[in-house]
Design a protein around this ligand. Structure first.
Ligand SMILES: Cc1cc2nc3c(=O)[nH]c(=O)nc-3n(C[C@H](O)[C@H](O)[C@H](O)COP(=O)(O)OP(=O)(O)OC[C@H]3O[C@@H](n4cnc5c(N)ncnc54)[C@H](O)[C@@H]3O)c2cc1C
Length: 379
């Protein structure tokens, strides 16, 4: 019988020293950044801020030194992420590269691509995007149709990706494509490649989201040629590799701290003598506290080398649930009262439009619950 066990995470004392250092940096670095930008959380991007994080050793924190990393613990990394998210720092440019692309390259291209590319990521100079979803293949990722064929100079890729976050500012994409037929195994015949976004034949077109912002894109490949050594891992092993990548994608504190500005604004505006507000906000804070313990537990699992896929799916689903309820909590407590030009009103409007996507990106609610049910032997 499989099971789910998450040890509540605790932070060692050295983490608190680091936390103070990060807070002091943010207090200066974010002066004057308005609520409208802080609300964007890890969707907000500022390449100069990413380079400064790289200079401070806060990207690639846990990676080996030979890859430009800093060999610090997963929990120290967690503290840096948590502080960045709570402050609404513009970490979006390097986020994907630090979270999953760098680790993927170190694992599956340790002697070829990783020594060249990972140090650039750690310096905040190389940004990545994820080329998985296609127009008719999101949850059913195994049905992708984009394809790479052998070519005199390596491989040639044709196809189309959608919802590609940050493709317009990324230097590289890790793309999942078909290199063989499915045959009996519907997960067979897929491979991952590193693609330089400046390669001829690759076109990035914006898709404007319901906030009116340009965050994700459509990316088309018309005879895009990539060198042989840009194949990541083994040909045909793309599905297993993507599974490992998604565990990184789903396990971080951003899965319950994407709406932190709204919580902070509500707490700042709350009337300490209002029992209704105290009860509602107390409940939300308790939910955040529980999610934090679970999320720290997942960080611990990653640090131990355990597979956190099941636990990460659960934390992501529960995190999205709590954050998607926040606009309603805010409306019930402050609707019609907040000054329309206040930070609170802005955070409320932003969260109302942003939170619906939280249970889509990184795997939908139904897909995550399917993973949890399977992991618990319930289906
Ligand atoms: C903000 C945002 C950023 C994104 N960034 C990226 C990115 O950078 N790179 C990338 O590759 N993709 C990205 N995506 C795409 C995302 O991964 C997909 O939207 C997601 O996987 C769902 O796929 P879909 O949109 O095709 O919906 P579908 O798969 O068509 O799902 C539609 C609905 O049907 C349900 N459903 C589907 N299959 C089942 C099933 N078997 N059982 C029960 N219910 C089911 C789903 O849960 C959902 O509710 C992003 C999406 C968003 C919203």
């Amino acid at each position: 019988m499989s099971g789910l066990h998450i040890d509540p995470g605790t932070l060692p004392p050295e983490c608190e020293t680091l936390r103070r250092e990060v807070r002091a940096f943010l207090a200066e670095a974010l002066v004057g950044i308005p609520a409208s930008r802080r609300c964007r959380n890890w969707s907000g991007a500022d390449p100069a801020f990413s380079r400064e994080m790289g200079r401070r050793g806060w990207i690639g924190m846990t990676w080996p030194k030979r890859y430009g990393g800093h060999e610090r613990s997963a929990l120290e990394r967690y503290v840096v992420l948590e502080e960045m998210l709570a402050a609404g720092a513009p970490v979006g440019a390097h986020w994907i590269a630090d979270r999953q692309s760098g680790p993927l390259l170190m694992r599956y291209a340790p002697d070829t691509l990783a020594p060249r590319i990972a140090p650039l990521i750690a310096r905040g100079e190389a940004f990545f995007c994820i080329g998985m979803s296609e127009p008719d293949s999101g949850s059913d990722l195994a049905s992708i149709r984009s394809r790479a064929e052998p070519h005199a100079r390596g491989w040639v890729i044709n196809g189309r990706k959608v919802w590609t976050s940050g493709a317009h500012r990324a230097h590289f994409m890790i793309v999942l494509v078909r290199t063989g037929e499915r045959q009996d195994n519907r997960h067979g015949g897929m491979s991952q490649f590193l693609v330089d976004m400046k390669t001829p034949g690759l076109t990035v077109r914006p898709i404007i989201n319901q906030l009116g912002e340009h965050d994700f894109n459509e990316v088309t490949f018309d005879d895009v040629v990539v060198p042989q050594d840009h194949l990541i891992g083994a040909e045909g092993q793309g599905w297993a590799q993507v599974g490992a990548e998604l565990a990184f994608e789903r396990s971080g504190p951003e899965r319950y701290l994407s709406c932190s500005q709204l919580l902070l604004e509500m707490l700042a505006e709350a009337d300490p003598d209002d029992p209704r507000q105290a009860e509602a906000l107390g409940r939300v804070v308790a939910q955040y506290g529980t999610l934090r313990q679970m999320s720290l537990g997942v960080a611990d699992m990653l640090a131990r080398g355990d597979n956190p896929a099941l636990a990460a799916a659960l934390v992501k689903d529960q995190g999205a649930l709590v954050e998607q309820a926040m606009p309603e909590v805010a409306h019930a407590l402050f609707g019609g009262q907040a000054d329309p030009d206040s930070n609170l009103a802005f955070a409320m409007r932003y969260a109302a439009l942003a939170t619906p996507s939280f249970s889509l990106r990184g795997g939908t609610r139904e897909i995550l619950r399917g993973i949890v049910a399977k992991g618990l032997d319930l289906r």
